[in-house]
Design a protein around this ligand. Structure first.
Ligand code: NG6
Ligand code: CA
Length: 525
């Protein structure tokens, strides 16, 4: 309370100063910054109940904006969620939009409308800084040459990305069309996902060089003491330093904001944290009460704070809509023995929802989601409206007054009043894409069609040590939950409410069929 009183005169001064300088007023189209965390679960931040991880900056965003309780990533893994976020299309409609290897071709077609091209077409300067994981190029990527198509072909004016994930080679940044700081003449970069190439140590051959052990899949080339999926050789000058990834993205994001402070900008800032292998900067390690996983979330919170304070310093706060969310639910052990399970200390990353990453249970896709635009969003309110990240293309288009072509963003619902906290009339239904299953929520009802589930899904779901482990339903067993009474999806009501289950199953098939995107003849392998 005291703090708020002290801040009040300062805020008055700031708004006075900004109107004096004749900068864009809140009535005009706002700058938009989308901060997109990786694998951060519903219960992982203070604003959503975390007690063993400090996230003051994310919490303050929530206090100044709208905190959604029923918001979804479109999928419970990264590539499909990111695909939906940027295209406004459910990823299950797009062949190949599943978790991509590090050398995969780009899964979004250059002709598709994207969030970036919507902003770009309305005069915004657009940038992506952070984790991409939507593929690059059209076939074999030439890491030593021009890498395209990529973000620049999708409407981004600037691009500085981690091409795939931090657990996949190559461990380099791509700036525009080129690998950043690569000396391709003296040390060309080669990447393989089939077999070991070169003679760099791997997790299999040199386990003594590891900060912590990994499973077989993650035991390829070692960089910074962390083994990865896949193998690479050469390109040392371009390798990233894991402890500096957050800082690198943050500095670039701040520069982007400073460079474009006098014109409308859209910044997509997908973070590396809290994806494995977790290795935040020195000053975060040991800071949380839940080990490295919590430390990495505190690092993500620091990024949010850096961005909001940059906006504040530049008097851009009231002209900027900041969104914070995550691409999918949480996971503790995702291939590395980094202590996430042993150090959990009672922290429940899914906030008592059921399950997490990879799953179609709520824990897989229901994520923190905060929208803050001081003066325009309601401040400090909770919204129970159902909203999905797939809605952001159409919603943001409406907020900035951009027209979407008829067939663009086919699954995106324009919900500007919902996003700004002025209405709770969100979606009536939403698809939640698990790795093995699609689920459907309609109002309070959630339907998950019957298995069978592939073996690897069963293994993942049944990791008995994980604090969020949940049994896999027996094959052939449809599930129906009442999320209002049972948000933890513990009580299968399928047999008690078969009529509702049938309705949902019919609706489910209809959504899949009706909106089916026409097959793209240009579809790449
Ligand atoms: C999985 C990886 C996992 C992680 C995930 C992608 C294995 C066994 N597991 O295939 O470690 O990289 O892909 O995560 O390879 S995501 O958040 O980018 O979707
Ligand atoms: Ca993810």
């Amino acid at each position: 309370m005291k703090k708020a009183l002290l801040l009040f005169p300062a805020l008055l001064l700031i708004s006075f100063a900004s109107s004096q300088e004749g900068k864009a007023q809140p009535d005009q189209s706002p700058n938009v910054v989308v901060i997109y965390a990786d694998d951060v679960g519903y219960g992982d931040v203070g604003a959503y109940g975390a007690e063993k991880i400090d996230t003051p900056n994310i919490d303050s965003l929530a206090r100044n904006g709208v905190r959604f309780t029923d918001a979804y990533a479109s999928a419970s893994t990264c590539t499909p969620s990111r695909y939906s976020l940027l295209t406004g299309e459910y990823a299950f409609r797009k062949e190949g939009a599943s978790i991509l290897p590090g050398d995969a071709p780009m899964v979004i077609d250059s002709k598709q409308k994207t969030m970036a091209s919507v902003f770009n077409g309305t005069g915004y300067t657009t940038g992506v800084i952070g984790k991409w994981h939507l593929g690059l190029g059209e076939g074999e990527v030439n890491w030593n040459g021009k890498i395209h198509p990529g973000p620049l072909e999708l409407g981004f004016d600037q691009s500085f990305i981690m091409p795939s994930t931090n657990d996949r080679v190559p461990t380099v940044y791509v700036s525009g069309h080129r690998v950043h700081k690569l000396d391709s003449t003296s040390s060309p970069l080669r990447v393989s996902y089939d077999q070991k190439i070169g003679d760099l140590p791997t997790g299999e051959t040199h386990p003594e060089k590891l900060r912590y052990p990994a499973d077989r899949q993650h035991s390829g080339t070692i960089v910074n003491g962390l083994s990865r999926i896949g193998w690479m050789k050469g390109g040392q000058s371009a390798w990233w330093n894991d402890a500096e990834i957050a800082k690198t993205f943050t500095n670039r994001a701040q520069q982007f904001i400073r460079d474009h402070q006098d014109q409308p900008f859209f910044l997509y800032l997908p973070l590396r944290d809290v994806h494995v292998p977790r290795w935040p900067a020195d000053r975060f390690r040991g800071e949380s009460d839940t080990g490295l996983r919590g430390d990495a979330i505190e690092e993500a919170d620091w990024v949010v704070g850096e961005i909001t304070s940059t906006l504040q310093t530049l008097d851009l706060e009231e002209e900027t809509l900041v969104l914070f969310s995550s691409d999918n639910g949480p996971v503790y052990n995702d291939g590395y023995q980094d202590g996430a399970i042993q150090d959990a200390n009672g922290h429940l990353a899914n906030g008592r929802l059921r399950g997490g990453k990879y799953q179609s249970f709520e824990g897989g896709t229901r994520v923190p989601f905060i929208a803050a635009w001081p003066g325009r969003t309601e401040a400090g309110v909770d919204s129970e409206a159902i909203i999905s990240q797939v809605d952001l293309v159409a919603t943001l288009a409406e907020i900035i007054g951009a027209d979407l072509p008829v067939r663009a963003a086919p699954d995106s619902e324009p919900l500007p009043d919902v996003l700004l906290g002025k209405s709770e009339k969100g979606r009536t239904r939403v698809i939640q894409q698990g790795r093995a299953k699609l689920a459907l929520r309609r109002g309070k009802w959630k339907y998950i069609p019957p298995g069978p589930y592939p073996n690897w899904v069963i293994e993942k779901h049944n990791d008995p040590q994980s604090p969020i482990a949940t049994p896999v339903p027996p094959p052939g067993q449809p599930l129906l939950f009442n999320l209002e009474k049972d948000p933890g999806e513990s009580k299968n009501l399928f047999h008690r409410h078969q009529k509702i289950a049938e309705e949902l199953s019919t609706l489910f098939r209809k959504i899949r069929k009706d909106n089916a995107s026409p097959k793209d003849p240009q579809q790449r392998r």
